[in-house]
Write a protein that binds this ligand. Structure first.
Ligand code: GDP
Ligand code: IMO
Ligand code: MG
Length: 427
């Protein structure tokens, strides 16, 4: 059996949580492979909304195993809260959730360091979620991290203390004022809580599952344009958000990868700083934000809104080896008479390109739009892909043609049921 990957093709918040939950019954295992509590994945069903940060979005399907892979950085306090928020839903979370011993731990001081680095950057700040992600991955790459497996060691408190002293030295050097307060006590309580979970070598688990014929869905966090290598650096997150990240973040060999399901909104959003050529910082963007309820699932911040960017989408599909496109939030565009879509950029020297310049943080690119006709219809009657209005299908055809990848899913509302599929995704 193979591992399919589902990941975001834009700047995050494409609707990954909704679709992982929707697809989970087709899989035996759902596994997160990177990121941490910076993620906010929303699921809606039975009139209720749930936001998951570190727990995979297959958790509401009782027959699905959920794995938190080695590629994540885990905040134990957020984790405990997430598990507790699932109590009362009659789920056997402890039974169905496995955490990699090699996943890294976010310490209280990682969050303070995140705030310190952002403060120092001033108006060049990344717009981090301040969840300690960057500093925790820095500790990992700097070979000074604490891992989940360490909490089983009798030496854990000493290991923690050594890293803490190191962080205090850095914060002193940065002349950053902070108070740890009761954060350490809460952290150690959460560590005691996590000790009762299934902590395991998840790379053996996923490979054993594959040998047993299980189907695995790897769930990405963030989006390809936030990838630490290929995103709009330095306005990125600190992990590999692309399909290759699923291999390193779970211990799966590249030849085990099957479908790469890329998720993309029918328009575009971004939260935090950094380039966004098709941004509509005007009443159009405000309309998209209000109708699409574009406010961060983790931080509640306003998401910046704009039009679909095909050069960026093609780039993301190339890097990921995307095999199917899953398009989201069409209903948000129901009232628009015209839907612009960016096909090319004009560079400052007047030349036209359909490629992303390597320094597009500094290079001002001007989007060139093709104007598509809006469908101006409510979509609540739509039950199958073929029910979609003609203009909407024409919009999909145009994207398929320009990107060269089949669109196999259209999402027309936040609920699990507001989803229509075709082709390879139709069972
Ligand atoms: P994720 O981080 O990729 O899982 O996405 P988020 O959960 O952060 O943001 C997606 C938001 O859009 C959530 O509030 C979803 O409930 C919502 N959503 C998902 N699909 C649709 C859709 O087709 N239409 C509308 N209107 N909302 C959607
Ligand atoms: P999901 O999984 C949208 C953004 C932040 C900031 C940058 C770096 O819900 O799609 P970080 O906290 O990682 O150091 O922040 O990345 N960011 C996200 N934007 N969705 C996310 O996750 C994000 N996770 C991080 O806003 O610009
Ligand atoms: Mg999100």
């Amino acid at each position: 059996m193979q591992v399919d990957i589902l990941l975001g093709l834009q700047w995050g918040d494409e609707g990954k949580g909704k679709i992982v939950d929707f697809l989970a019954p087709q899989y035996n295992v759902v596994a997160r492979f990177q990121g941490g509590p910076n993620a906010g994945h929303t699921l809606e069903f039975d009139g209720q909304k749930h936001v998951l940060h570190q727990i995979p979005s297959g958790i509401f399907r009782p027959e699905t195993k959920n794995i938190i892979g080695n590629g994540l950085v885990i905040d134990p306090v957020v984790f405990q809260k997430e598990i507790e928020s699932l109590e009362g839903f009659n789920l056997n979370v402890k039974q169905n959730l496995y955490i990699s011993k090699k996943a890294h731990i976010i310490l209280p001081t990682h969050k303070i360091l995140d705030a310190a680095y952002e403060t120092l950057k001033g108006d060049k700040k990344i717009g981090s979620t301040l969840r300690g992600i960057g500093p925790a991955y820095q500790s990992k790459a700097g070979r000074q991290g604490l891992r989940i497996g360490d909490i089983l060691s009798p030496n854990f408190a000493n290991k923690y203390q050594e890293i803490l002293e190191n962080h205090k030295r850095i914060l002193h050097f940065l002349e950053y004022d902070y108070e740890i307060g009761d954060a350490e006590a809460i952290f150690f309580d959460a560590i005691a809580f996590i000790r009762q979970m299934h902590l395991t070598d998840t790379e053996y688990l996923v490979n054993d599952c594959l040998k047993n014929g299980d189907k695995i869905l790897a769930e990405g966090a963030q989006g390809s344009l936030l990838d630490v290598d290929f995103g709009s650096y330095p306005f990125v997150t600190s992990s590999s958000t692309i399909s290759a990240g699923a291999c390193t973040g779970l211990g799966i060999a590249p030849n085990k990868i099957g479908e790469v399901l890329g998720i993309c909104k029918a328009y575009a959003t971004r939260v935090g700083s950094g380039p966004f050529p098709t941004e509509q910082d005007n009443e159009v963007g405000e309309k998209l934000r209000q109708i699409g309820r574009e406010f961060g699932a983790t931080t509640g911040r306003k998401r910046r809104c704009g039009w679909l960017d095909l050069p960026a989408l093609r780039y993301a599909c190339m890097i990921n080896g995307t095999t199917q496109l899953l398009l989201m939030k069409f209903d948000v565009l129901n009232t628009f008479a015209e839907i612009p879509v960016c096909t090319h950029y004009e560079l400052p020297d007047g030349s036209i390109t359909d490629r992303i310049p390597h320094d597009y943080t500094d290079t001002q690119v001007k989007p060139i739009y093709k104007i598509m006709k809006g469908w101006q219809k409510d979509l609540s009657h739509v039950r199958t892909f073929e029910d979609l209005p003609t203009e909407l299908l024409a919009y999909i055809d145009f994207i398929e043609e320009k990107v060269g990848i089949p669109v196999t899913l259209a999402s027309i509302g936040p609920d699990r049921t507001q989803t229509v599929v075709r082709g390879a995704l139709r069972k």
